[in-house]
Write a new protein. Sequence first.
Length: 89
Amino acid sequence: MAERKSILLRLDPAVHDALAKWAADEMRSTNAQIEFVIRRALLDAGRLPGNARAMRRPGRPPAASASASASASADPNGDGAADQNADSE
């Protein structure tokens, strides 16, 4: 996988504040919001490269282990016995 590029960006403080608020409203970091806006502008101009990877969805990534551990704790043997015992008691 290719490394992501880092750049230095100077913004007017008012523009930065507006961008940071917009990012917070959409549950993105300010950096991710800048990338989102740039990608949208490239797409609108017909200049987004076809090999550009898709952006990650806003917010925290889903916890894959949380759903697996929740089902394991509900049914530790994996045989459905936990549900049957709860009904019989």
